[in-house]
Design a protein around this ligand. Structure first.
Ligand SMILES: CC1=C[C@H](O/C=C(C)\C=C\C2=C(C)CCCC2(C)C)OC1=O
Ligand SMILES: CC(/C=C/C=O)=C\C=C\O
Ligand code: FE2
Length: 461
C-alpha cells in the first residue's frame, strides 16, 4: 500500500460539562489519523482547537451558534446582541466538524458550513495551526461544506441568502483568494436551497437548487425546528443549473423532480457518437425527497436502537440526467435497485481519478435492516447495477474511503479504508480490497472513537 495518512474529521464531542447536545452535527470536531508506513499503522486522534471549542471549554457552556445548539442568553439584551452578531458572522461557529481536504499546495484544511470554520491543521500532529483567512472580499458567511479539491484548484459555492443565488468560485493553490467564475440566480423560493455538496464534470459545475432551503427565520431561533436552519418548500420546486467552468455561462437550467441530498457522488458528460456533449449525468445519495433524515440524526434517535425497530428512512442512488439541448426538464431515477444496498445510502467516495468523468464504481454506507443508521459498507457497480455489501452485527462503519494502488490502471484497484465502531464501544480500522471488497486487514484500536464523517488521503512525499 502507498505510504501516507488517512485523516477523518467529524463531530466527536457532544457535551460540555453536564450539558448534552442533541444533534449529530453539533459535536465539536475530532480528527483521527491512520498513518500507514512500512506495513505498520500508527493511529491518533485530537480535538480541533476552534474558537468555538476553546470558548466552550473555558466558559463551560456553548458560546457560538452551532448546527442546532445556540448559546443560552442571560437576558433579552444579550439575545438581541447575539442576533446582531449573527449578521456579521461573529456569533456563528468555526467548529470545523464536517470534512478535511488536502489543497494543491499541501495545506490540510478542516471545513464546515461556515466560511470562518476553515481551519488549517498539521496532518502529523493533528494540531490546529490557524484559520484559513480568505483574502478576497466576496463576503458571505457560509459555503458548501464539500468543496471540490484537486491538485489544481479548490472550487466551491457561496450561497447568497439576501439575493437568492449562488456564487461559483475558484481558488488556486498557494493563494487564499477565491475568484468568481459566475453566478446562478435561484429560479424560485424565498432563499437558496441547501448546498452541502455539489458535483462537477470536466467542463461544468452543477449547482443544485434543492427545495430544502435555508431559512433566515430559523437561523434566528433559539430552539431547533424539525428542519433546523432549513425549510421544505415543495411548491418552490427543484432545479439543477449547469455552469461552464471556463466562461461562467449557464448552459442549462432545468427543473427536476423534488429531491433531498447531502452528498453528490460524481457527475460526467454524456457524449453522442460525434463527441458532442448531449447531457450531464449527476449521481447523489438521495433521500426520496424526504427531509426528515435531518431530524433522524438526533443523538437520542441514533443511540436508542433496540435491535428491532427500523427507523432509517429509505435512500437510493439518485441519478439525474440534465439535457443540454435547451429542454426545460431533467430526469431523476434510481441508478440501481435500492434493495441492492438495503435502501440506505450515504457517505460516498469514488476513485479520485474519476472525478467529473464517466465512472463505474462508488463506495458508500448502506443498510442492513432493521437499523437507525447506515450500518454497511457497500461497493456500487453502476454499470452492472449491483452492490456488494460488508456488514458486521452491531457495528457502525464510517465513510468508506478509496485509495488507489500506486500504478493502478483499473478503477477499483486500491483499498477502501473505514473506521468501525463496535457494539461494545470498541473500534477498529478496516481495510477492504477495492476490487473484491473482501477484508484485507483490520487493526484494533486501543479505545473506541466517536463516529466520524469525511476523510482525505495525505500521501507521504
Ligand atoms: C456535518 C455537518 C455539520 C453541519 O453544519 C454545521 C453548521 C454549523 C451549520 C450551520 C448552518 C447551516 C446548516 C445553515 C445555514 C446557517 C448555518 C448556521 C451556517 O452540517 C453538516 O452537515
Ligand atoms: C451521516 C449523514 C450525513 C452527513 C453529512 O455530512 C447521513 C446519513 C444518512 O443516512
Ligand atoms: Fe458531508
Amino acid at each position: 500500500m502507498q505510504k501516507g495518512t488517512y485523516l477523518r474529521n467529524g463531530p466527536g464531542l457532544w457535551h460540555i460539562e453536564d450539558y448534552n447536545f442533541r444533534h449529530l452535527f453539533d459535536g465539536y470536531a475530532t480528527l483521527v489519523k491512520l498513518q500507514f508506513e512500512n506495513g505498520r499503522l500508527i493511529a491518533g486522534h485530537r480535538q480541533i482547537e476552534s474558537e468555538a471549542y476553546k470558548a466552550a471549554r473555558k466558559n463551560k457552556k456553548v458560546c457560538f451558534r452551532e448546527f442546532s445548539e445556540v448559546p443560552k442568553y442571560e437576558n433579552f439584551m444579550a439575545y438581541v446582541g447575539d442576533i446582531a452578531k449573527l449578521f456579521s458572522g461573529a456569533s456563528l461557529t468555526d467548529n470545523a466538524n464536517t470534512g478535511v481536504v488536502k489543497l494543491g499546495d499541501g495545506r490540510v484544511v478542516c471545513l464546515t458550513e461556515t466560511q470562518k470554520g476553515s481551519l488549517v491543521i498539521d496532518p502529523n500532529s493533528l494540531e490546529t495551526l490557524g484559520r484559513l483567512e480568505y483574502s478576497d472580499s466576496l463576503g458571505g458567511l457560509i459555503h458548501s461544506a464539500h468543496p471540490i479539491v484537486t491538485d489544481a484548484e479548490f472550487l466551491t459555492l457561496l450561497p447568497d441568502l439576501v439575493n437568492p443565488g449562488y456564487l461559483v468560485v475558484r481558488m488556486e493553490p498557494g493563494t487564499n483568494e477565491r475568484k468568481v467564475i459566475g453566478r446562478v440566480n435561484c429560479r424560485n423560493g424565498p432563499a437558496p436551497g441547501w448546498v452541502h455538496s455539489f458535483p462537477v464534470t470536466e467542463h461544468y459545475v452543477v449547482v443544485p437548487e434543492m427545495p430544502l432551503r435555508y431559512c433566515a427565520q430559523n437561523l434566528l431561533r433559539a430552539e431547533p425546528t424539525p428542519l433546523y436552519k432549513f425549510e421544505w418548500h415543495p411548491e418552490s420546486k427543484a432545479f439543477l443549473h449547469v455552469m461552464c467552468k471556463a466562461s461562467g455561462k449557464i448552459v442549462a437550467s432545468v427543473e427536476v423532480p423534488l429531491f433531498v441530498t447531502f452528498h453528490f457522488i460524481n457527475a460526467y458528460e454524456e457524449e453522442d457518437e460525434d463527441g458532442r456533449v448531449t447531457a450531464i449525468i449527476a449521481d447523489c445519495c438521495e433521500h426520496n425527497a424526504d427531509a426528515t433524515i435531518l431530524d433522524q440524526l438526533r443523538l437520542q434517535n441514533l443511540r436508542s436502537f433496540n435491535g428491532n425497530d427500523d427507523l432509517l428512512p429509505d435512500a437510493r442512488v439518485g441519478r439525474f440526467t440534465i439535457p443540454l439541448d435547451g429542454s426545460p426538464y431533467g430526469k431523476l431515477e434510481s441508478a440501481l435497485e435500492p434493495d441492492e444496498h438495503g435502501r440506505g445510502m450515504d457517505m460516498c467516495s469514488i476513485n479520485p481519478t474519476k472525478l467529473g468523468k464517466k465512472y463505474r464504481y462508488a463506495y458508500a454506507c448502506g443498510a442492513q435492516r432493521p437499523c437507525h443508521f447506515p450500518n454497511t459498507l457497500t461497493k456500487l457497480d453502476l454499470v452492472k447495477k449491483k452492490a456488494k455489501n460488508w456488514h458486521e452485527a452491531g457495528a457502525v462503519p464510517s465513510e468508506p474511503f478509496f485509495v488507489a494502488r500506486p500504478g493502478a490502471t483499473e478503477e477499483d484497484d486500491g483499498v477502501v479504508i473505514s473506521l468501525i465502531s463496535e457494539k461494545n464501544g470498541n473500534g477498529y480500522a478496516l481495510l477492504l480490497d477495492g476490487s473484491t471488497f473482501e477484508e484485507i486487514a483490520r487493526a484494533k484500536l486501543p479505545y473506541g472513537l466517536p463516529y466520524g464523517l469525511h476523510g482525505c488521503w495525505v500521501p507521504k512525499e
